[in-house]
Design a protein around this ligand. Structure first.
Ligand code: AP5
Length: 207
């Protein structure tokens, strides 16, 4: 059984590389961001509560996210482990996770703030299936390679919201680097440069 966390600022490549690691290791990726967006799309009570926080670039309250995560972890799909993408993001979330599963490794994706701002300008996502891509690879293509829907800019990728998300990361999530370092679990990876080079670095960090 394996439980691996992908930690890093918004746009550092957590989703991109957690997805590849999920395929490599044969265990599911759990993205709390994707789960919350699904709730918003379905207009559930949780989605309605999360919407304001997410659109402002703030974190959704711990109690809501922890409950959602624990429910997902208890499904048969997660019996052999999971890759956590974007969870935990606060001390209480890290403590709650440690109570339910043993963590094997934390991949910490490192990237400068300015590189994130530049990278996020080009992110395009599929509103239907969640596929994520980037204008630098898409060229003139504007549709999803998986389901053919038109790709869009994520609602929290407006430059001012990206800056708010970065501030939240530095204040509330960055302290988890020291938390996991103290526990001997941290494996830092340079997430700048070509995506295939980053993929190779992540693969080595997971070995
Ligand atoms: P979430 O969806 O998790 O967003 P995030 O953490 O801000 O991270 P992103 O999805 O923006 O980026 P990423 O690191 O996954 O990068 P990606 O691979 O897409 O969360 C959204 C919101 O939900 C939060 O703000 C919060 O409100 C709420 N939330 C979620 N979890 C929560 C929690 N635990 N507690 C409380 N609230 C929570 O890559 C970015 C772009 O760069 C893509 O276009 C990609 O194609 C491209 N790219 C990737 N690698 C490279 C490369 N090497 N070179 C060039 N481009 C690259």
């Amino acid at each position: 059984m394996k439980h691996i966390i992908f930690l890093g600022p918004p746009g550092s490549g957590k989703g991109t590389h957690a997805e590849k690691a999920s395929k490599l290791l044969g265990i599911p990726r759990i993205s709390t961001g994707d789960m919350l967006r699904e709730h918003m799309k379905g207009d559930t009570p949780l989605g309605r509560e999360a919407k304001g926080y997410m659109e402002a670039g703030q974190l959704v309250p711990d109690a809501l996210v922890i409950k959602m995560l624990k429910e997902r972890l208890s499904t048969p799909e997660c019996a052999n482990g999971a890759i956590f993408d974007g969870f935990p993001r606060t001390g209480p979330q890290a403590e709650a996770l440690a109570e339910v599963v043993p963590i094997d490794a934390v991949i910490n994706l490192e990237i400068a703030d300015q590189a994130i701002v530049d990278r996020m300008k080009g992110r395009r996502v599929c509103p239907k299936c969640g596929f994520t891509s980037h204008t630098s690879w898409l060229g003139r293509k504007t549709d999803c390679e998986k389901c053919g829907s038109d790709l869009v800019i994520r609602s929290d990728d407006q430059p001012e919201t990206v800056l708010a998300r970065l501030r939240v990361y530095h204040e509330q999530t960055k302290p988890l680097i020291a938390y996991y370092k103290e526990r001997g679990l941290l494996r830092s990876v340079n997430s700048e440069g070509d995506v295939t080079d980053v993929e190779e670095r992540v693969r080595k960090a997971l070995a």
